[in-house]
Write a protein that binds this ligand. Structure first.
Ligand code: AMP
Length: 293
């Protein structure tokens, strides 16, 4: 299975990706995770990405496309993948289609996770991560557990908020997602017929069930380009057909009423009357010329 997960930050794509990984035995490819690893290793890309990520912006398309090309051509992705966080722009979506066409491995489905914006703000700005055991909590829905289970010898978690989970950054990320990703990229995949929407509000296992129901309900289908090619001629064909019908109808129906109108219409009468006048003038000119000589 080759699956793209689309959804706002905090919509639970990463969590649901784990269920897909278990069921299909395919790798979870998260561009956010790759960038965070680069940051942790202090690579030039990581350092550049850090500032962009903290401001809620997007890393440039060329960098992201090269990253995905490199990752999806690795051996473990040969039988499929769950792509999370990519594509985020139309150039990325187009590059992915091109890459998959090159390797003869079309996408099966794009799952679009939908969650109300205020719910997302609450989920993300309430998120806390324990620096020691890396467990993720939410101050609203799942605060650090009591009795705490942290690393050996510790009775308390050491929770921190990720820089890009600060409320202002969260709102900026959500705006960016809506404008730069959800509208254009979901439009791109709707056109190809690959997209399936999943209501991602509610408990994790409820959403997981909805996701698998959605996958079972629709086969996903073909490579992005294929349905587009099929549809395009149909659309193009309808207009000429309609025009041809209109013209044919006009040809069949028009003569009688047109003839009737010609007799009654004052404008038609004027046209008929002008012709003989012009003919008379043209004949008269040579006569005058001859007299002049
Ligand atoms: P995520 O963990 O998917 O929410 O990604 C965290 C951040 O990484 C995003 O807010 C972006 O700054 C950056 N990022 C991840 N994937 C992409 C992408 N496909 N294009 C551009 N920036 C990305």
């Amino acid at each position: 299975m080759r699956i793209v997960l689309m959804g706002a930050p905090g919509s639970g794509k990463g969590t649901q990706a784990q269920s897909l990984v278990s069921r299909y035995g395919i790798p979870h490819v998260s561009t956010g995770d790759i960038l965070r690893r680069e940051q942790a290793q202090g690579t030039p890309l990581g350092l550049r990405a850090k500032q962009i990520m903290e401001a809620g912006g997007y890393v440039d398309d060329a960098t992201m496309i090269a990253m995905i090309r490199n990752r999806l051509t690795q051996a473990d992705a040969a039988n499929g993948f769950v792509l999370d966080g990519f594509p985020r722009t139309i150039p990325q979506a187009e590059a992915l289609s091109k890459l998959l066409a090159e390797i003869g491995a079309p996408l099966d489905v794009v799952l679009l996770f939908e969650v109300n914006t205020e719910q997302l703000v609450k989920r993300l700005s309430g998120r806390r991560v324990c620096e020691l055991c890396k467990k993720v909590f939410n101050v609203h829905t799942s605060p650090p557990t009591v009795p705490p289970e942290c690393v050996a010898g510790r009775t308390e978690h050491q929770v921190v908020q990720r820089a890009d989970d600060a409320e202002e950054t969260v709102r900026a990320r959500l705006r960016k997602y809506e404008e730069a990703t959800r509208k254009p990229v979901s439009g791109f995949y709707s056109y190809t017929g690959l997209i399936r929407t999943v209501d991602a509000e509610g408990a994790i296992d409820v959403v997981t069930q909805r996701m698998f129901d959605t996958l079972a309900a629709g086969s996903g289908g073909a490579q992005p380009e294929a349905p587009a090619k099929k549809r395009a001629p149909q659309r193009r064909a309808t207009k000429p057909k309609a025009k041809a019908k209109t013209r044919a109808r006009a040809r069949k129906v028009a003569p009688k009423p047109a003839a009737k109108r010609a007799k009654k219409s004052p404008s038609k009468r004027r046209v008929v009357a002008r012709k003989p006048k012009r003919a008379v003038v043209r004949k008269a000119r040579p006569k005058r010329a001859r007299r002049g000589k």
